[in-house]
Design a protein around this ligand. Structure first.
Ligand code: PLP
Length: 453
């Protein structure tokens, strides 16, 4: 049974899929009933399915295909490395040239406090590493009681035990005995839900103040770190007020708490800066990355380790008993190097900052006249449209979840991948998207909204 796309019909793929493949975050019975959409190839910002449809991928796969599909440089980098040395590990004092080269390049493109990297295979594993590294840091400083990590409700930090515990998704915590001990959550900076009646700036300061309240509740001498996504991605592209992150930084500094920026989505240009922390003006001690580091062409993740933590780990730590078989996988690292060079050469970060990001903001603003649209937000090349029942009061639809899914269905039916997070319709298209392609996307979004009405 080694048939190619050409020799199997869509129905045959769907049958085999439902019979054997347990998909992530999927209701298995619903998948068996409806059948998967089988994506067979892609180029630029477009996907093609097994039925011959062309679909504009406004989600960059899963927030990762930053340089778009079909980039030969990345294919060639992988092929070359596969031929030369497909695998060797970084355990037991060995290394490979691509892993070293990538470590060096990451130190160049990340903020100046980052000169060291710890590689993982994914964002979730990166955040597992964060939990262990943060606690190890405080152990080495003789403060083992500092083990609590503060995160936020509706955050997404991955699917492993530690990643899902750091995340603030109720549905995930309800399965598998989460969160693990020593992780607590505070409210998210979602103005529309929690800040109405305040200006966005006032709300930003109030929401950041919840960190101080949580620190005092837990006990300042117990808190190891605060972790957050600069913009909450999977939570619905929740862009915080400009006042939020500077105040979070001030509070972390005041109590000596480590600041961890989860840049798995926001990293590598998504916000119009190389990293989201640069867009929002923080100076994190640790930074998790994945996705955009290889534009999703091959799995890779990791943690940038700032001087404050690196110096303690290196000078006082001895052996750090942690690592993955694929930490620094040479093929993944070779692809990442090619990907970052491509982002640099094509000036994609600057293009999002100066051109397509502001243009997307303008286009999303124009959606405000639609009867279903209560709020729009963008940051670089990510955006959200909130569907509301009553525009004046911002009151939600009682059946918000289903409505988002209906809208998502209309997007799909019209050749657009847009994701629904409850009543927030979200996008994060490839960074190579042009203004003309943004126009095309907006036509499809408006059509889907009209059909949802
Ligand atoms: N952190 C954030 C902010 C994410 O959005 C994700 C995935 O979407 C992760 C971590 C987990 O990454 P992965 O799925 O590569 O494990």
């Amino acid at each position: 049974m080694n048939q190619t796309t050409r020799t199997r019909s869509t129905q045959e793929w769907q049958r085999a899929d439902a019979a054997h493949f347990l998909h992530p975050f999927t209701d298995f019975q619903s998948l068996a009933r409806k059948g998967s959409r089988i994506i067979t190839r892609a180029e630029g910002i477009y996907l093609h399915d097994s039925e011959g449809h062309k679909i504009l991928d406004a989600m960059s796969g899963l927030w990762c295909v930053n340089v778009g599909y079909g980039r030969q440089e990345l294919v060639e980098a992988a092929t070359r490395q596969l031929q030369e040395l497909p695998f060797y590990n970084a355990f037991f004092q060995t290394a490979t040239p691509p892993a070293i080269e990538l470590a060096e390049l990451l130190a160049e493109v990340t903020p100046p406090q980052f000169k060291h990297v710890f590689f993982s295979g994914s964002g979730s594993e990166g955040n597992d590493t964060v939990v262990r590294m943060v606690r190890r840091y405080w152990d080495l400083l003789g403060q083992p009681q500092r083990h609590v990590i503060i995160s936020r409700k509706n955050a997404y930090h991955g699917s492993t035990m530690a990643g899902a515990s750091l995340g603030g998704m109720g549905g995930m915590h309800a399965q598998g005995g989460l969160p693990i001990p020593g992780i607590v959550h505070m409210e998210q900076p979602y103005w529309h839900e929690l800040g109405r009646g305040l200006s966005r700036d006032e709300f930003g300061r109030v929401a950041a103040g919840w960190l101080e309240a949580k620190i005092l509740e837990v006990g300042a001498d117990q808190v190891a770190a605060f972790i957050g996504e600069p913009v909450q991605g999977a939570g619905g592209v929740i862009v915080p007020p400009e006042t939020y992150w500077p105040e979070i930084q001030r509070i972390c500094d005041k109590y000596g708490i480590l600041l961890v920026s989860d840049e798995v989505i926001c990293g590598f240009g998504r916000t119009g800066q190389w990293f989201g922390c640069e867009r929002f003006g923080t100076r994190p001690d640790l930074m998790t990355f994945a996705k955009g580091v290889t534009s999703g062409y091959i799995p890779l993740g990791g943690v940038m380790v700032g001087d404050r933590v690196a110096n303690v780990l290196i000078e006082r730590g001895g052996e750090f008993n942690h690592g993955y078989t694929y930490s620094g996988h040479p093929v993944a690292c070779a692809v990442a190097v090619a990907n970052i060079r491509l982002i640099q050469r094509e000036g994609l970060v600057e293009r999002v900052r100066d051109d397509t990001g502001p243009y997307l903001a303008e286009c999303f603003d124009a959606l405000r006249d639609h009867p279903l649209v209560g709020e729009v937000q963008t940051c670089g090349l990510m955006g959200a449209v909130l569907l509301v029942k009553d525009k004046a009061s911002g009151a939600p639809f009682p059946e918000a979840l289903e409505l988002g899914m209906v809208c998502r269905g209309h997007c799909f039916g019209n050749g657009l991948v847009m994701r629904a997070v409850g009543d927030r319709m979200i996008i994060a298209p490839p960074l190579v998207m042009t203004r003309a392609q943004i126009d095309d996307m907006l036509v499809l979004i408006r059509r889907a909204l009209d059909l949802t009405l």
